[in-house]
Design a protein around this ligand. Structure first.
Ligand SMILES: *[C@@H]1O[C@H](CO)[C@@H](O)[C@H](O)[C@H]1NC(C)=O
Ligand SMILES: *[C@@H]1O[C@H](CO)[C@@H](O)[C@H](O)[C@H]1NC(C)=O
Ligand SMILES: *[C@@H]1O[C@H](CO)[C@@H](O)[C@H](O)[C@H]1NC(C)=O
Ligand SMILES: *[C@@H]1O[C@H](CO)[C@@H](O)[C@H](O)[C@H]1NC(C)=O
Ligand SMILES: *[C@@H]1O[C@H](CO)[C@@H](O)[C@H](O)[C@H]1NC(C)=O
Length: 504
């Protein structure tokens, strides 16, 4: 089975390869091709023989005999390299090689972000590419480091940028040249990018790694996208390149880079070469460049209905949980990630009908409670807790819809941040706890229940690793218990007919 698959992969591979590369490979591939042709010829001859014999034997073919011929054909087809009988092996972490762009100057600080997601014991492969040597320890829980090739002979003519862009742009090619085996995808990221690797794998499994794929996402900033490109994967958010595409890129990238000395960064150089190869960006909006300042809260609490793949610019924005360091905050996010990565920060919207409140759960991250009933189409829109890349709170700055934090002072949300999460192994449910973020609220004259007495929210949720094997849909939430000081909510698959509405 394994051998079969390898052969058929090679054939598919050979077909998509734009031009022959190493002689070893093309010999092996053409051997496979010759074998396939031979099998085909044998198959045609045998079929011809069978049909001739059958026609000679019977002048009047009955239904049953048709079937007989058919089944003979099937078992013969089995002898040829039929791709249908090969159950494709799912993409796993071991099929991915990471290329991490780093610099010696920022290494001491930034390596802590890599430590958050890098799993040394798992079958994780990757290289940190640096400009200058750094001190490393064998047990530092980090990927191996390498020094990038000398790029001083490449022209760089952008006045705002830095020529390290050329070095970083070549990381995929340099990683490919290391000749690792059984690679399906190369994934690029910066030293301040945090990957949720299980979700990365979920996304990559949607695509055929034998084809050319360039997968990533845009900037949040409309102006950045205009200046650079709406067709480019922003490098900090990370992007994935399938093996055959990396192979094609490697043969032309150095020539290609020479044609664009005026570009700013590494990712626009990459996109320029993708355009020459004719490969468009496949957008996956779980990769996050986060070209914003201030607080990511609004974006995280209303994440699109897609797996969270990456977070970037973590040095630029405030820590994602208040009153802790950036690294500590991210460490806290890793706790729910370990229990239910598919559901991490996914939003659910429901109502506490006894109190007249809107409840928005971003599982494993935060809860928002609003006075009054806000429609799901409003709550699923990110609130502008962040500033744009030019440090202004301008709603025209983004390539998506945003809303003000509150349209009415009474509707400023009460926010609860996750403090702990555990799994009850008897019920197989996660129980996550969220504590009130105590900040001053404007006076509200509405005569209704006041959430300011609430201390804690508890959320029950069954881990759902198959969440993204189904069509995208928000989970439903239900208020189970609404007391003076605590609220208990259940999150999970929507029941038949269940929607986000006030249940009387
Ligand atoms: C053909 O199919 C049968 C049953 O599915 C299997 O046992 C046999 O190994 C197959 N032959 C080849 C050459 O793969
Ligand atoms: C890079 O190459 C240039 C000449 O092409 C040379 O002058 C320079 O010393 C090299 N740098 C390193 C770090 O090897
Ligand atoms: C922030 O953390 C410190 C020390 O952990 C604690 O004393 C303080 O009360 C916290 N402040 C808030 C607003 O949670
Ligand atoms: C797990 O759930 C069961 C059933 O609700 C409960 O009896 C038990 O105390 C829970 N265990 C923990 C550790 O919370
Ligand atoms: C909990 O999960 C385990 C392992 O997945 C399973 O064996 C067990 O039956 C589950 N229990 C319940 C109550 O669903």
């Amino acid at each position: 089975m394994k051998l079969f698959q390898k052969d058929s992969e090679k054939i598919i591979w050979d077909q998509v390869r734009p031009n022959p590369t190493t002689p070893v490979f093309s010999n092996r591939a053409s051997n496979g091709y010759r074998k396939l042709m031979m099998y085909l010829m044998v198959f045609v001859c045998v079929t011809y023989l069978v049909y001739t014999l059958k026609l000679l034997n019977t002048s009047n073919l009955a239904c049953g005999e048709h079937e007989l011929i058919f089944s003979t054909r099937n078992s013969l087809e089995n002898l040829t390299l039929s791709p249908e009988i090969v159950e494709p092996e799912k993409t796993e972490l071991k099929h991915v090689v990471f290329g991490i762009a780093a610099s010696a100057k920022l290494w001491e600080r930034r390596k802590n972000y890599i430590k958050l997601w890098w799993k040394k014991d798992a079958e994780m492969r990757g290289i940190v590419w640096l400009d200058n040597p750094v001190e490393t320890q064998p047990d530092d829980g980090l990927p191996p480091v390498k020094i990038s090739g000398n790029t001083s002979h490449f022209a760089y003519k952008n006045k705002q940028g830095h020529r390290s862009a050329i070095r970083i742009s070549r990381i995929i090619s340099e990683t490919l040249r290391l000749g690792m085996d059984n690679v399906r995808w190369f994934v690029m990221g910066d030293d301040d990018t945090v990957f949720i690797t299980e979700n990365l794998i979920r996304v990559l499994n949607k695509y055929d790694h034998n084809q050319f794929y360039y997968i990533g996402s845009l900037s949040e900033s409309h102006l950045q996208n205009i200046f650079f490109s709406y067709s480019m994967a922003y490098g900090g958010g990370g992007f994935a390149i399938s093996y055959p595409l990396a192979k094609a890129l490697e043969t032309m990238q150095d020539r290609c880079i020479q044609r664009y000395p005026g570009l700013y960064g590494s990712d626009d150089r990459m996109q320029a070469c993708m355009a020459e190869l004719g490969v468009p960006l496949t957008k996956e909006v779980g990769f996050h460049q986060y070209d914003v300042y201030g607080n990511l809260f609004g974006l995280l609490a209303a994440h699109p209905v897609t797996p969270l793949v990456s977070l970037h610019h973590l040095d630029v924005v405030e820590p994602i949980f208040p009153n802790v360091t950036r690294v500590k905050a991210l460490q806290r996010l890793m706790l729910p990630m370990k229990l239910d990565s598919a559901g991490l920060i996914q939003q659910s919207i429901c109502y506490d009908s006894s109190k007249g409140w809107t409840v928005s759960v971003s599982w494993g991250f935060a809860i928002q409670i609003f006075r009054g009933i806000l429609s799901p189409r409003e709550v699923e829109m990110p609130s502008r807790t962040f500033l744009n890349w030019y440090r202004r709170a301008d709603y025209t700055a983004y390539a998506f819809n945003t809303r003000p934090v509150a349209r009415n002072p009474c509707q400023k949300p009460f926010v609860f941040y996750m403090t702990s999460v555990r799994l009850n192994s008897t019920t197989n449910m996660t129980i996550s706890q969220y504590a009130r973020h105590r900040v001053p609220h404007p006076t509200c004259k509405w005569h209704m229940h006041d959430p300011s007495n609430l201390d804690k929210v508890f959320v029950y949720k069954r881990p759902d690793p198959q969440l993204w094997d189904r069509s995208p849909r928000r989970n439903c939430c239900r208020v189970l218990e609404s007391k003076r000081k605590r609220l208990v909510v259940d999150v999970g698959l929507c029941d038949e007919g269940e929607i986000s509405e006030v249940v009387k």
